[in-house]
Design a protein around this ligand. Structure first.
Ligand SMILES: [Zn+2]
Length: 470
């Protein structure tokens, strides 16, 4: 007779989210994300996955970021037969993200195989999963809209609330009852978003919970205001354009790219930036943008109005160009004069952004603009840390372009915003807050900050530790 919690990913680090709630031995998984960072380590951890996938009873997906949904196809491949519960927008976006990963892995296998063959080396690396596994995983989704409570098994109920992080993102409130009648209500924030983000609604308050599993990505940081950030964005674009340079922005294809498009739209309308072309060079971002357009149920008031009343499209405008094909993408290499290029992957670990960095990072006229979190050991982090040279696809490049950072566009709450949301909970009832999804500095700062604010018990979740909830 027991209700227990442990983590198999996203504990003491920001990638690989996998939290497991076990009720009388029956396991429910919250998110099944991919580890990212140092290639070999990440690969090893991803292959280890959760033990006995076929014994998992249900899986809840909080949102479609790769570090939360990326290993679902592997779970299906290894024999998981149950449902993936997620909002409709999350299901659609996750489909794009997982398919993209399958394609990248297939390309890697081909490329690395050829490289090894050239050197006469043995090569037996296989992708973690392929497109067929993604199709299988897609067939296991059961979509649940926000605020529609649902029984998902013996004594288990879930309800999803707006997390304000990306389109479709959800906070999951789960009630579990074991055979002896003990009950616990647990909230999983997934990634907690912020108030006032464009397109999507703010993080919603949720009914009382006994335990909260809270993310801590920016547990030791405060974001600047969006208004100041818009001014800085305009300044960076104008200064770089005046030098004749390009602005290269690594951005996650989902949400961040659409938000940037939204901000550029505003800056152009307000005539705050010079008239320069803006390219979104990411097939996944293009697919994701079309998914944004078919999920008005996730929009905030402003976006709703723009679409329904003024028939404007916040996801497109004249100066904006999407490059879907490889040829269109390659043409950007020969582009003369100032331009903005937004491309993925957000942490520069894969994808077309690497080609744009190769072509632009050693030119002092250009600017690399960092707008998102860069995990340890990623190329994005090395650029953010202003290392003088970086290795990209095997070659060394001098970093001569300016490196600028704007954190205000972050999709994660900072510690003060986390508290603003947490303080709307019934704190008398809340027995403990479990901190996950953070690096050590962020976790320990948020831990002491919450204690100072009067939260009774705060626990930084550790690998290998199991916590009794009833
Ligand atoms: Zn996320």
């Amino acid at each position: 007779m027991s209700i227990r919690l442990h983590s198999e990913g996203g504990a003491g680090e920001v990638t690989g989210s996998k939290h497991v709630l076990t009720v009388d031995g029956s396991r429910c998984l919250i998110d099944c994300g991919a580890f990212q960072g140092k290639r070999e380590t990440a690969e090893e951890k991803n292959r280890a996955l959760v033990p006995d996938p076929e014994s998992i009873a249900s899986v809840i997906l909080t949102h479609a970021h790769f570090d939360h949904c990326g290993m679902l196809p592997l779970l299906s491949k290894r024999g998981y037969q149950g449902n993936y519960y997620a909002t409709p927008a999350t299901r659609d976006l996750a489909g794009v993200v997982m398919m993209d990963s399958a394609a990248i892995q297939a390309r890697d296998a081909e490329y690395l195989g050829k490289q090894a063959a050239k050197k006469g080396q043995k090569f037996d690396w296989k992708p973690l999963y392929d497109e067929e596994d993604v199709v299988k995983a897609m067939g296991q989704f059961v979509t649940v809209s926000y605020n529609r409570p649902l029984a998902i098994g013996d004594g288990m109920r879930i309800e999803l609330f707006d997390a304000g992080h990306i389109l479709g993102s959800a906070i999951c409130r789960m009630s579990a009852r074991d055979r002896s009648g003990h009950e616990a209500i647990i909230g999983f924030t997934g990634d907690l978003g912020r108030k006032g983000k464009p397109i999507i609604r703010d993080p919603a308050p949720i009914p009382p919970v006994d335990y909260l599993v809270l993310e801590a990505t920016y547990g030791d940081r405060l974001h600047e205001s969006t208004v100041d950030a818009m001014e800085r964005l305009a300044k960076i674009v104008n200064e770089t354009a005046a030098r004749g340079g390009k602005i290269i922005i690594p951005a996650f294809a989902i949400e961040r790219t659409q938000e940037l498009v939204y901000y550029f739209h505003m800056l152009i309308d307000q005539q705050k930036i010079r008239d320069i072309p803006i390219y979104v060079d990411s097939p996944m971002a293009i697919n994701a943008t079309s998914i944004f357009q078919i999920h008005p149920e996730c929009y905030d008031e402003e976006t709703h109005e723009a679409f329904s009343k003024h028939h404007e499209n916040p996801f497109g405008f004249n100066a904006l160009h999407f490059s879907a094909s490889v040829n269109e993408s390659k043409k950007l290499n020969d582009l003369q004069g100032p331009a903005v290029i937004i491309s993925a992957d957000g942490m520069c670990e894969a994808g077309r952004i690497q080609h744009h960095l190769i072509h632009n990072i050693s030119d002092a006229r250009n600017t690399i603009l960092i707008v998102g979190f860069m995990a340890e050991h990623t190329l994005g982090r090395r650029i953010r840390d202003r290392e003088s040279e970086v290795r990209i696809q095997g070659d060394i490049f001098k970093v001569k372009a300016r490196v600028e950072e704007i954190n205000a566009f972050s999709a994660h709450a900072d510690y003060s915003e986390s508290w603003d949301w947490l303080s709307t909970l019934d704190l008398g009832r809340l027995k403990k807050v479990f901190l996950v999804h953070g690096e050590p500095a962020g976790l320990s700062h948020l831990e002491s900050y919450l204690r100072e604010k009067g939260v009774k018990a705060v626990q930084v979740v550790k690998y290998g530790e199991t916590y009794d909830l009833a």
